[in-house]
Design a protein around this ligand. Sequence first.
Ligand code: 5AD
Ligand code: FES
Length: 344
Amino acid sequence: MKELIDRLERNGVLEKEEFIFLLSNFGEKEREYAGNKARKIATDFFGNDIYIRGLIEFTNYCKNDCYYCGIRKSNCNAQRYRLSKEQILDCCETGYQLGYRTFVLQGGEDGYYSDEMIVELVSAIKKKFSDCAITLSIGEKSRESYKKFFDAGADRYLLRHETANEEHYGKLHPKELSLSHRKQCLKNLREIGYQVGCGFMVGSPYQNAECLSEDLLFIHELQPHMVGIGPFVPHLDTKFAKEPQGSLELTLFLLSLIRIMKKNILLPATTALATIDPRGREKGILAGANVVMPNLSPQNVREKYSLYDGKVCTGEEAAECRNCLEERLNSIGYRTVIHRGDYV
Ligand code: 5AD
Ligand code: FES
């Protein structure tokens, strides 16, 4: 299996069957081998610098009904909220003081925010914080909308593909949503000029090694600038409430494989990873991740942006998360840096 990992490093991709073999048969030894290689690649590229992104969860209204997601529209237990432009700008201000130079505006697919409102929001943030990058993560939109946001100054867009296997996609989503449309959105975003991030959950219900192989092949095909992956974590108010959470080891192994495939990719150690293990973020960094995305949302709404149960950092102030993170990273020999952290 080491030969496969070496070849992945040389060629950036493997055959589907080879990925399946690797993902079905890896053990502690392979994980360590891939982890060391991935970590070395990351430090060759980024040194001991970790990029930070301030995450602003500005609405938990959503018109979609993804079966795994706690803010799906049919969850009537979710307490819905929206942030105003002023509240969002306040979050950016706090974040700026704390050293953030990227703001990620994330939300459910909420029709309340018209394209014009998003354009205005992006322009206002860019005007006030001209040395900052803006990442949008607001779901599937038309090409025209994506273009308007880009022209207003949005730099990056995160849209996880969730799974690259058609059949699996159908088991996680209602029929109104399709993998082909999702992929089309990602291609449109790329063409418009965004730095684009796709990604998937590890250990989502019905996922198998074949699905994951297709995820890796899709990453190779799309050549995104960022990839967000984290373990699936069940949410009580969804039909997957009783499904087991994704595995820490598999998530770490996949982080390493992705780093080995694409040396300079921006790869976050996600909140979901921190949720399933008290040192999840640190382990993610040591497996090859180079980005963290702490929460900048106002404290009184954090609990409500509940995609899955047990999400960490909902009780902390932005400054507390910031300090906690710095200490955690320092403890493993890394540090955060104050810049946009673009893809190069
Ligand atoms: N567990 C883990 N991740 C989840 N997401 C949504 N629901 C869950 C869950 N139950 C992820 C999806 C989405 C991102 C914003 O959060 O991958 O794209
Ligand atoms: Fe909106 Fe899941 S239902 S992202």
